[in-house]
Design a protein around this ligand. Structure first.
Ligand code: C5P
Length: 422
């Protein structure tokens, strides 16, 4: 197997207390020989299996365990700096205990606190005994990790430390290194090391920002609706990032499970028609429009006032097109406005995105593909390609949606201030 190139990559390796922790030494070697810079975080129980001295020597750096290390008064912010430094955080092996803590937001060790501070993707490699791996709570916790956008590398089958045979073995270090290399190659362009204080040179004070987010819900009758899988996470992240930069934000949101963000005007809508009305009424006041909503393209022509009864045979529905909200904003745009759309495409992404950028008279379009791991609806992460009106294109690496929101704002604000055509 040829050695993948990880040069210039910042890898955090979290090691927890499983017998497989001894393999962390090979993993560190494999990462460093591929050119990565590695920092190791261990839980206390991991040091029962492998010493911090071993992993520190191999990684060439200090191995951290406690959030509040003894004899280092005042030095308790390393989880934040490490979280911003890392391009990828690999937790291998991940015990049932650490999986549970990661799934529920515990931060009682350097490892778990850094996971909460991390702006990069996480790759979790569970290792535990067969019955533990099968246990419903562990299954639920692993599911939760996937939901929040962490990648879980399934445990392998084989002989386990207990003598049982089954699923629970940590994947071999080479397989983990290959997965890490794949993650970076999927994001293709070299990792952009994030600005530790986003927005410092791109504030938005005095600007009005209009954001659409979430799905729309089109009624068929009083109890049934047509909708889609949008969670609203991306739009809410943009609205919050813009508000944090001092903008006067209006968030027009379809139904989501997210809490209404503070410090902005929030307009809750249900249907595409309602979203359209809310947006068109406010469009002229907006300096920036970010249309992140997944608006239904069709709505039932004749929603029934009472619940439709089941009948024999198939049901034929008539649907009509909804208004294209963003196109209407683009058609009536103020020349100094900046319009940003999103395109969710599963095929011919670039062509379709460019066409939408033109048709809707946008300045930018953010292309994403929901079928890629970690991208699209649902996960807390996304990988997008940013296309500008002047033809410029930038592939951004996989990142948390909160970080992506700040990266998008940085790009869009800088371009609009430099008078670039985009
Ligand atoms: O659905 P489509 O791919 O055309 O969506 C591209 C962009 O247009 C997105 O930013 C979306 O929020 C917006 N849009 C809209 N109203 C629609 C359909 C899409 O504002 N009816």
């Amino acid at each position: 197997m040829s050695t993948p190139d990880l040069s210039g990559r910042h890898l955090l390796l979290g090691v927890t207390g499983s017998i497989a922790a001894y393999k962390a030494a090979s993993l560190v070697r494999l990462f460093t020989t591929a050119g990565a810079e590695v920092r190791v975080l261990m839980t206390e129980s991991a040091s029962e299996f492998v010493t911090p001295l071993t992993l520190g020597t191999l990684s060439g750096g200090e191995v951290l365990t406690d959030v509040f290390p003894e004899n280092e008064e005042g030095n308790w912010t390393k989880h934040v700096t490490l979280g911003a430094w890392a391009d990828l955080f690999v937790v291998a092996p991940a015990t049932a205990q650490t999986v549970a803590k990661l799934a529920h937001g515990f931060c009682d060790s350097m490892l778990t606190a850094t996971a909460l501070s991390a702006r990069c993707p996480l790759l979790v490699c569970p290792a535990m005994d067969r019955e533990m791996y099968r246990h419903p709570t562990v299954r639920d916790n692993l599911e939760r990790l996937s939901e929040i956008g962490y990648e879980v590398m399934p445990a392998e089958r084989g002989e386990l430390a207990s003598g049982l045979v089954g699923q629970g073995r940590m994947p071999e270090p080479e397989a983990i290194r290959s997965r890490v290399a794949e993650q970076f190659s999927e994001s293709s362009s070299p990792t952009q090391h994030s600005d530790p204080s986003p927005g410092e040179d791109t504030p938005l004070s005095g600007a009005a920002v209009l954001v659409t987010a979430g799905p729309t819900r089109e009624p068929l009758d009083p109890v049934r609706v047509f909708t889609n899988r949008s969670t609203g996470t991306m739009g809410y992240a943009i609205a919050e990032a813009a508000a944090a930069r001092g903008a006067a934000v209006t968030l027009v949101s379809g139904p989501t499970a997210l809490d209404a963000p503070a410090e902005m005007e929030m307009v809750q809508v249900g249907t595409a028609a309602e979203m359209n009305e809310a947006v068109q009424a406010r469009r002229d006041d907006a300096d920036y429009v970010f249309a992140a909503a997944a608006v239904a393209d069709y709505t039932p022509t004749d929603p029934s006032a009472s619940k439709r009864k089941k009948e024999d045979g198939d049901l034929v529905l008539h649907l009509r097109r909804t208004p294209d909200i963003l196109k209407m904003v683009g058609d009536h745009r103020r020349p100094d406005q900046v319009l940003v759309g999103f395109a969710l495409e599963t095929e011919d992404g670039l062509d379709n995105a460019r066409r939408k950028l033109e048709d809707k008279h946008l300045d930018w379009i953010v292309l994403n593909n929901p079928t890629e791991t970690g991208a699209g609806f649902g996960p807390a992460t996304n990988r997008v390609t940013l296309l500008a009106r002047d033809g410029a294109m930038e592939e951004l690496p996989l990142m948390q949606k909160t970080e992506l929101a700040n990266t998008l704002l940085d790009r869009v604000i800088r371009a609009s201030r430099s008078g670039s055509p985009a």
